[in-house]
Write a protein that binds this ligand. Structure first.
Ligand code: PFF
Length: 443
């Protein structure tokens, strides 16, 4: 897609937004964070955040993007608020930061595609994950994944990926449903369902301050919020369409995929006797690999599964790189391929520590969840709600069948409870980072 093309159809936009949203955040992050932070309690807070904060925040991004048809930084200037470009810049930086380690995990997926073909992970899935998730091999595959992302964005062949996305979402669903059905048959799985689906309110209360920043951050990460991605994608919307309906579709679909992944990974972890609290970043890789080792035709199934995950990861990663490239294309005289390659190189370099040692990956991830994402979403909400305000409402209602009442509800909830919730989340995150010491890098 060149800089100022527009989506041919409304479905094209929704599909691209879903392609951005559905990715490693759903299949990798969501199950492992759920496992780590208390199961159903985490799920509950996540769902409240996705619906209650995610939808209003996504609408805010859509409004800014569609109104201006500009990249995530210049959009603020066009609206007449030059100083607020800082909010766009924070989003851009957040995207940069996240893509650096997202690509490392994309590299793991590439490794698992190879591992499925050779059956390398069959004999000891946990040891295999340990081997391939860090060090020179992880670094090389981080480079390969990033090169794929750069190649797609540089050549402007996102069209191809959009087509692949059409197939990707149903394929992800089919694969996950199949694996969930397999997990269901395993002895011990029922404990996994209990952990995932029946909240323990006592534990939620006891661990509230830890669960909230991660569950809310997970909603932002998974919905591609706070990184300029939705602003950028909405900037390619040409006509009037109901942004409400679009955002609800995207949020529901995205949460559905995450929950499905949870219905695979949590029962598998319990059935395989893996401690959910310590399963960590390897949760999905190890549990699913163990399942493939037991299944008939496991090599073929594993191969297909990881290829589908790769497409999901690519369609998300290109939306992140697209945000930065879109800005640079508008603001410099370099060509798109040069920009994509240059920025891709910088992002690759930023990801080197994460590829070398998963402790760094965790550190980058923590900072994104506890600081960058909530800060960035907060900036967007304050801008759309309080600064842009009434005109935002007009833009929101364009093409929508909903009346002023719904629009005003959005405006006032965004201005009040939603902002308060995000401020609360941010404060909790800052507390963990600065008081709890999580800000100290793993040197
Ligand atoms: N939402 C994507 C996922 O859940 O995998 C990750 C992502 C893509 C985050 C694009 C941010 C973004 F701009």
């Amino acid at each position: 897609m060149s800089e100022r093309e527009t989506w041919a159809t409304r479905a094209g936009f929704i599909l691209a937004a879903v392609g951005s949203a559905v990715g490693l955040g759903n299949i990798w992050q969501f199950p492992f964070k759920t496992a780590q932070f208390g199961g159903a309690s985490f799920l509950l807070v996540y769902l409240i955040a996705a619906l209650g904060i995610g939808i209003p925040a996504m609408l805010a991004e859509f409004v800014i993007g569609r109104k201006t048809n500009l990249n995530t930084i210049d959009a603020f200037e066009k609206l007449g608020y030059r100083n607020w470009r800082i909010v766009g810049a924070i989003g851009l930086a957040t995207g940069f930061w996240i893509l650096s380690y997202y690509s490392v995990v994309g590299g793991w997926v590439l490794r698992y595609i190879g591992g499925s073909i050779t059956g390398a992970y069959f004999s000891d899935p946990a040891a295999y994950f340990g081997q391939v998730s860090a060090g020179p091999e992880a670094l090389a595959l981080h480079a390969v994944f990033m090169a794929l992302v750069v190649g797609i964005v540089a050549l402007g062949i996102e069209d191809g990926i959009e087509k692949a996305t059409k197939l990707m979402v149903p394929s992800v669903v089919v694969m996950l449903v199949g694996l969930a059905a397999f997990a269901f048959t395993l002895p011990g799985a029922s404990e996994g369902y209990a952990y995932f689906l029946s909240p323990d309110f006592g534990a939620l209360a006891a661990n509230f301050t830890e669960i909230v920043p991660f569950a809310v951050g997970q909603a932002f990460f998974s919905l591609s919020l706070g990184m300029g991605a939705m602003i950028t994608y909405a900037s390619y919307i040409d006509g009037d369409e109901s942004l409400f309906a679009d955002s609800v579709t995207i949020v529901v679909l995205n949460s559905f995929v995450g929950i499905l992944a949870g219905l695979v990974v949590l029962p598998l972890l319990f059935a395989q006797g893996i401690d959910p609290n310590t399963s960590g970043a390897g949760a999905v890789f190890v549990s699913v690999a163990t399942a493939f080792a037991e299944l008939p035709a496991g090599q073929v199934l594993g191969f297909v599964f990881f290829v589908v995950v790769l497409i999901a990861a690519l369609s998300s990663a290109i939306s992140l790189l697209e945000v930065v490239v879109s800005w640079a294309v508008d603001n410099t005289s370099y060509s798109r391929p040069v920009i994509a390659t240059g920025l891709g190189g910088v992002i690759f370099a930023l990801g080197i520590p994460s590829a070398w040692d998963t402790a760094w990956l965790t550190w980058f991830d923590n900072l994104a969840y506890q600081l960058l994402l909530p800060l960035s979403v907060l900036g967007i909400l304050v801008f759309a709600g309080w600064v842009f305000g009434r005109p935002a409402l007009g833009e929101l209602l364009k093409g929508s069948d909903f009346g002023d009442g719904v629009g005003l509800t959005w405006l006032w909830t965004a201005r009040t409870v939603v902002i308060v919730a995000v401020v609360g989340t941010l404060l909790l995150g800052l507390q963990t980072l600065f008081v709890g010491g999580a800000i100290v890098p793993p040197l």
